[in-house]
Write a protein of this length. Sequence first.
Length: 134
Amino acid sequence: MTRLLLDTSVLIAAERGAPLTAVLPDDADVAVAALTLAELAVGVELGSARHRSARAAFVADVRRTLPTLPYDDRVADAHARLLAAVRRAGRPRGAHDLIVAATAAEWDRTVVTRDARAFTDLPGVKVLEVPPAR
């Protein structure tokens, strides 16, 4: 079974109509990080009146459909290790990307993303890049 963690970029693409099932293995065990739900919720909060209800419905569907992995003590420790590693290497990354990466590492999952650069070369983090829709 392939254990995956969907990044916000993949979910935003899905919300906009990009098919996820075509790129995910049939045996995939798929989850999201709690931080990803926060990022999606920001999109609801900042959305125009025209888009807000559709975005809220999408986020509700993600919450209902996919398990959410918490930012707990284990993930916090992994986050600290990753933050230290990128600082030592002189290759800073976004704090949110590091939280998603730490969640994936601690739950033994592969990050599925449209922006592999954010996760590449992080110790203990596996990445699967989803190509842009054509």
